[in-house]
Unconditional design. Sequence first.
Length: 605
Amino acid sequence: MGMCNSPLIYFSKDMIHSFHIPVLGLAYSVDTPVKVAPLGISSVASIVDDVLLERMRAYYATREGWAFEAIPDKQENFRAKRVTAYLNLMWRLVKERFEQVKMEALSDGGQLMRYFELLPEQSFLKLLYRKWQVMEEGEEKNLLEREMKGRMEHGSVDVNIMAKVDKLNLTSTGEIATSDALESLKGFAESELESSVVLSAGMNPRLFSYLESFPDFFPDENGNLKKKVILKVSDYRSALIQAKFLGKKGIWVSEFRIESGLNCGGHAFATEGLLLGPILEEFKEKREELRQELFALYLKALAGEESGCLKIPETKISVQGGIGTAAENSFLLEHYLLDATGWGSPFLLVPEAVNVDEQTLGMLAHAKKEDFYVSGASPLGVPFNNFRPSGAEKQRLERIAKGKPGSPCTKKYLVSNTEFTKEPICTASRKYQELKLNALKKAGLTDAEYARQASDVMEKLCLCEGLVTSAYLKLGISKKMNTSEVAICPGPNLAYFSGVFSLDEMVGHIYGKLDVLRQAGRPNMFINELNLYFDYLKKEIEINVLSMNEKKVKYLNRFREQMQNGISYYKGLIPRIANQTEAYRLKMMEELGEVELRLAGLTIG
């Protein structure tokens, strides 16, 4: 690559929408791109479960009248091939449906008009649409409509790989052949998609290094990336570490997707008391420093000493987790200079966007705050946002009552424990729970300590089956071998949404056209998260009270110190929240003070 004296150029496109729909479980958003991308909305589908993807491919191929040829599990790299085949099908569907939207006449008031009505008022395309609306019929208006169609873009068809879900797959001789996460990445990399892979749940060096194997993650002669990498991160430090690891390999991080540690759906990766506001502030302050540091590594990896004319690729920063109102949404975008926000759990109440069966949808629509809680249900050993009324939770309790705790383990995506077996097994499996409970009975524990530890063991749920059941039920593609009980993992913010909504209503809520919240008294998202962190810290203290040591005391004190730093930050931030009333800000300050008092009253060690 030759030397170039032209200045570095940062480029960013005008975004169609300022929000995206994050990944929702294994199957809730597995085909969301097909439903919303033709209308310009970006979303994320999980590609962990190849069995689910194969079933979804058969469903859509049958519905569209397309040929379907199954990919048997005896084929080499069958998981990757199933991922590729499903993603190619989604890509075809999105492009075809998007073209169908563009072929409509705007005056007909169909999907084309809906596309423009869904847009945020401040977007350039929406301004053109508003201009078109007031123009008189004629050639000038027709020319404007053609220009608008030329500027239309479909939403991004992004995919998610959870780095921790990475079961090793062995050859017949016991050697490591590949792993589930690597196969998922290969499937995406070899697909026709021009989009991003969202890597979540921390750094997996084996997975991150595998990105080097695929040319689509590297810039072409014009500096463009066909496939991009998005990192879902919890704080600035982890973002920097992961991005530097990738940058040294010539892999650019196109977006940092910051997620609240506890005020989110799915697995909850609690930071050490670091709150969302201070985290966003650090990204805001260090954004340019981060970009320049990573670009230096990126250039060196790609071209050695010859930096060439490569432009600095765009680096977006977005946030998700617990956002509930248009005012919160706009404040985040404007104050922290963010590119986008993510709205996940509220879309579980939007049937035309996600896969939620009727029974579960009804329960979610009328759920109360106490129905949502952080549990120890995940076999990964990470706190997991659970829903008490779910069918899977009821089934778990029924099995315990019958003396048969645990679940049959069929897919084995989350096998990891070798405490009793040579081959890893899942802690939610009946086999593991029987072995562990027998070991606890022989451990000489007091009745109270046995009950506590046994409860922790039996709390684990089969997520591999439970998180896909709802889609199977809704689409009518369930088979006899599948469980009929649904596991679902909404964030606690969903407690403030009551009812079932159309896509137009939810998007309208995000942009402030209407308010779908029915429950009064919802605290600001920052206060909600702060309360969740307080409850988490209090529980950690209670769990460790009998086994407290110097290391744990240091960790818990650091946790509390970080929370107090966050409270001090919010005291300075609240008066600057200009898009809320004075009464709202006073209430925030009052609630902040209440948490601060409770925090000071906690005894550690």
